[in-house]
Ligand binder design. Structure first.
Ligand code: ZN
Length: 176
């Protein structure tokens, strides 16, 4: 287990570089990034258990959680970092607002990032085979097959994001 903060931050940066997310994007990190992000997160979690007063470490942990799309954990860690540093700088406040927005956005979609990714893979396959029939048929079938809770509200949320048919779900929601 790595106990050196700078080393953990290097692993995090490497994960961010490989994630292909750009900054503040809501898509799942690229597969090549995941081992780095998971290693950084688990190392940072252990690190803050011992060094709970280290604002820098909380900030890094917040970034790792954000890359892994765990927005409520990312928010929690950022708030701790802000409390520890005792100042509210504009950049932090902006990030806090964005994280809150993303958290609400996912909550309202009623799908986890992993589920949305899986829906995307399914639609990609289906649309290659059958093309889009200008309805949400494949999406609906997938929601039913996986017994996703509240399928109607998921479909409403997809429409609200510009997904009125299967190909639009793929282009406007999954790959956004
Ligand atoms: Zn379509």
């Amino acid at each position: 287990m790595i106990q050196d903060l700078e080393e953990l931050q290097r692993i995090l940066v490497e994960g961010q570089r490989r994630s292909m997310q750009g900054s503040y994007q809501r898509r799942s990190p690229a597969k090549a990034a995941i081992p780095f992000l998971l290693e950084a997160r688990s190392g940072l979690k252990t690190y803050v258990e011992v060094n709970g007063q280290d604002a820098k470490a909380w900030r890094s942990l917040s970034q790792a959680e954000e890359c892994l799309l765990n927005y409520s954990a990312a928010l929690d860690c950022l708030e701790r970092a802000m409390n520890l540093s005792g100042q509210r700088d504009k950049k932090d406040l902006r990030r806090l607002a964005l994280l809150k927005e993303y958290e609400a956005d996912w909550k309202d979609l009623n799908l986890t990032p992993a589920q949305l990714q899986a829906l995307g893979d399914h639609l990609n396959q289906k649309l290659l085979e059958e093309g889009c029939d200008h309805t949400l048929r494949c999406t609906q079938e997938w929601l039913k097959a996986l017994s996703i809770a509240k399928p109607k509200s998921v479909m409403d949320a997809l429409r609200n994001r510009g997904g009125y048919c299967d190909c639009e779900v793929l282009n406007n929601v999954v790959s956004r």
